[in-house]
Design a binder for this molecule. Structure first.
Ligand code: PLP
Length: 356
């Protein structure tokens, strides 16, 4: 396990080591924690840091002309710190999030922190909010890094000043609550991303447009929306905030990363774990018809980890999948993933980063 060093070593934990909340009933909504991290930088080739500090969690001041407010120049990331039974506080593949932010920043004409700066800042934020990291098995501390164009800019062009901000919130384990299977609605009116657009990066501008189809689907009792490619409308892409896989005759397939789908860290990890288990994994175009004939369908993402899909509704037709089989491929992959995180299965790929 890699260990990373931090420039701040203060211990911000409370007296009993934990914040006083009902750890058995944390949800997915925002629970503000003590500190956030703020790094101000200017736009030049070197990503010049003007100042970087841990500060009390709270509102930030922004120019009304900030690039992010006017032109949507903003990126975000999502990752988790878990507290293990052995007392270790671990991050999972944080360099993947750092690299994804770098690639996104390049697409959005923003400077970005280096991988080391990113990981160090995430570590500082997690340690400063240590008392909010749930007890083992009760959840995780969700970490939300943001990179925002905060400099004022009137004409359409990249802002001249940027803020790298990180806040955190404890969240429960999704899969602990019976892993309610997802009922997905295949959207054929609204597209999530277009060829040559920004669907492949975690730009804030990709998320508001999915609220309408998502809300409509939720109002009709669905869990979320599955999007199709915007060119032919024939191939599946991804869900509003997770990637999708199908299993047919023990072969696992997932849509290819082609610029319109977010390259999920969990997706990449699940492909690795599946290969380690000896499964054949294909990254390719998947027609909706194939999805409807699959043996299993599941989604992956930082929040849900691996969650089975219970039904798909497409053009008025609903197909249901068995989700209670304990020998299913998705359950096997999820249990290996969790066992690696918890230290019960050897971390042969070096995915865990211990922060304490
Ligand atoms: C659109 C979209 N797809 C997929 C994912 C899953 O990515 P990850 O596994 O890195 O959380 C996310 C979540 O970040 C997302 O927002």
């Amino acid at each position: 396990m890699a260990t990373i060093s931090s420039s701040i070593s203060a211990d911000f934990s409370g007296e009993n080591g934990y914040a006083e909340i009902d750890w058995d009933n944390i949800g997915f909504s925002l629970t503000p924690t003590d500190y956030m991290y703020k790094m101000k930088c200017s736009k030049d080739d070197e990503f010049t840091v003007i100042e970087a500090n841990l500060i009390p969690y709270g509102n930030i001041e922004l120019s009304p002309a900030a690039g992010v407010l006017n032109y949507g120049q903003g990126l975000f990331e999502g990752m988790k710190v878990i507290r293990r039974e052995d007392g270790k506080l671990v991050l999972f593949r944080p360099e993947e999030n750092a690299l994804r932010m770098k690639i996104g920043a390049e697409r959005m004409c923003m400077p970005s922190p280096s991988v080391d700066q990113f990981i160090d800042a995430v570590k500082q934020t997690a340690l400063a909010n240590k008392r909010w990291i749930p007890p083992p098995g009760k959840g995780s501390l969700y970490i939300r890094p943001l990179l925002l164009g905060t400099g004022p800019i009137l004409g359409l062009s990249p802002a001249l000043e940027y803020t790298f901000l990180i806040y955190a919130s404890p969240v429960r384990n999704y899969f602990k609550e019976g892993s309610a299977a997802l009922n997905l609605y295949v959207e054929d009116q609204f597209d999530r991303a277009s060829r040559g657009g920004s669907g492949g990066v975690k730009s804030i501008t990709n998320y508001a447009p999915v609220l309408k189809p998502m809300t409509k689907a939720k109002d009709r009792g669905f869990s979320d929306v599955l999007y199709l490619d915007s060119v032919s409308g024939k191939y599946i892409e991804e869900v509003s905030s997770c990637n999708i896989f199908i299993v047919k005759d023990k072969i696992i397939s997932t849509p290819t990363i082609n610029g319109t789908i977010l390259p999920g860290v969990t997706r990449k990890t699940i492909i690795n774990i599946a290969c380690d288990h000896g499964f054949k994994v294909e990254e390719r175009q998947i027609a909706v018809e194939e999805l409807l004939e699959a043996d299993e369908v599941f989604c992956t993402g930082t929040a849900v980890v691996v969650v089975p899909v219970g039904s798909i509704t497409y053009q008025g037709k609903r197909v249901e999948y068995h989700t209670t089989d304990t020998n299913s491929v998705n359950k096997k992959l999820l249990s290996t993933f969790v066992a690696i995180q918890n230290g019960q299965v050897e971390d042969i790929h070096g995915w865990l980063v211990e922060i304490n």
